[in-house]
Design a protein around this ligand. Structure first.
Ligand code: SIN
Ligand code: CO
Length: 383
């Protein structure tokens, strides 16, 4: 387990003071921090076709970016490159455990843990991200600079890296294991390894309004909604046929708003959309399906773990009806199952004591059999 200290502030004080407002360096945010995954393990993971990996290197100011899977690193030498993998929390439970300290943010708002290994001189260059990130320094030292969020020109020397021009740093520091750098969206930054070093970026997810709109439009089309036509039986004759008049504008706008006012539909859209995993889930292909009786037996003794990266969400207004969203899908259950399913949604693992009162409920045990056989929750075989 990790213990994150946010400059001796409560989570709420941190949010009020810094969240989405200004960057901050937190020295010793995690005491005695040990890398949850080694550079060798990371290099091995980047050979997997499903891991989202990148190699970024630089030679005399010339940047190169390549996507994995990679077969070998022998040609790279020992300077000026870094290997980055998104969504390592999906693959490694020790990396996933880092997120437990950031669960003061709701599941839907958490993106993933990106892990990077960099050789001396390695980094991804000066850039701006449009999401919040806590960069936790692992082994080795890295030099980080963060600039202010004044308008910056993008230098598209390498399109994949979205570089920005050089900036005057407002934070300029060498990070050591356990130091944490919080950077809100829009602040240019760059990290350059001083020694071979690891860093763990806890990234948050949000969405451009245009994508929210297009996501809802896709939902409407997929569900064959809103097929009724905009009609005008009260139409008045016009002498200005080139004009779309204010009545027409209002009618069209009211039609759009009608769709947005359908709270139930919107909730379902949010549930499906935001519970969908952003990176591929590392579901074990060789799961031997369990029988319900076996599941009940195991659950009477062992805790149950949620697969890294799986999102499970619910809404207060729908909960009474027994609706929950898991990995992009809506599940409807009897309202009396609120309690155990809330436990599963709010916690990354549940103990057998917590589940004990529900194990004799057939609906619950069958649903758990389905979810466990799908690989969404699992037992830790070592236990
Ligand atoms: C890195 O770990 O090198 C890049 C992280 C970032 O800048 O967001
Ligand atoms: Co960045």
């Amino acid at each position: 387990m990790y213990n994150v200290n946010l400059n001796n502030l409560t989570r709420q004080q941190f949010l009020d003071e810094y969240w989405q407002k200004k960057p901050v360096l937190i020295r010793g945010g995690i005491e005695n921090f040990d890398d949850p995954i080694t550079p060798d393990e990371l290099a091995g993971l980047a050979m997997e076709p499903n891991a989202e990996s990148r190699l970024v290197s630089q030679q005399d100011g010339e940047w190169q970016a390549e996507h994995g899977p990679f077969e070998s690193y022998d040609h790279l030498g020992d300077k000026n490159w870094s290997l980055l993998i998104q969504g390592v929390d999906h693959w490694d439970e020790h990396v996933d455990a880092l997120l437990s300290e950031f669960r003061f943010m709701p599941n839907w708002r958490i993106d993933d843990v990106m892990v990077s290994f960099a050789t001396p001189g390695g980094g991804v260059g000066p850039h701006v991200d449009n999401y919040d990130v806590f960069i936790i320094q692992g082994s080795g030292k890295r030099h980080w600079q963060v600039g202010s969020n004044d308008e910056l020109k993008e230098v598209v020397a390498n399109e994949a890296l979205l570089h920005v021009e050089a900036f005057a740093p407002i934070i300029d520091a060498e990070l050591e294991a356990g130091d944490i750098l919080y950077i809100p969206p829009g602040f240019p930054h760059q990290g350059v390894a001083i020694e071979p070093s690891m860093s763990f970026s806890v990234g948050f997810r949000t969405i451009a309004k245009s994508h929210l709109f297009s996501g809802f439009a896709d939902y409407i089309i997929d569900n064959q909604l809103g097929k009724d036509m905009v009609v005008d039986p009260e139409r008045q004759a016009t002498s200005t046929p080139g004009l779309i008049d204010n009545n027409d504008i209002e009618k069209l706008t009211a039609s759009l708003k009608d769709m947005l006012n359908d709270k139930q539909r919107l909730t379902e859209f949010y549930g499906e959309f935001f519970s969908a995993a952003k990176h591929e889930l590392a579901i074990d292909d060789d799961i031997e399906p369990f029988e319900t009786d076996e599941i009940i037996d195991i659950l009477t003794e062992q805790p149950l773990y949620r697969l890294g990266g799986l999102r499970c969400l619910y809404f207060s207004q729908e909960w009474a009806k027994g609706t929950i969203y898991i990995d992009g899908e809506k599940y409807s259950v009897s309202p009396q199952l609120h309690e155990p399913l809330t436990l599963l949604a709010d916690n990354t693992f549940v103990t057998h004591e917590q589940l004990a009162p529900w194990l004799e409920n057939d609906e619950f045990s069958q649903l758990m059999t389905e979810l466990i056989n799908q690989g969404y929750w699992y037992f830790n075989e070592a236990e």
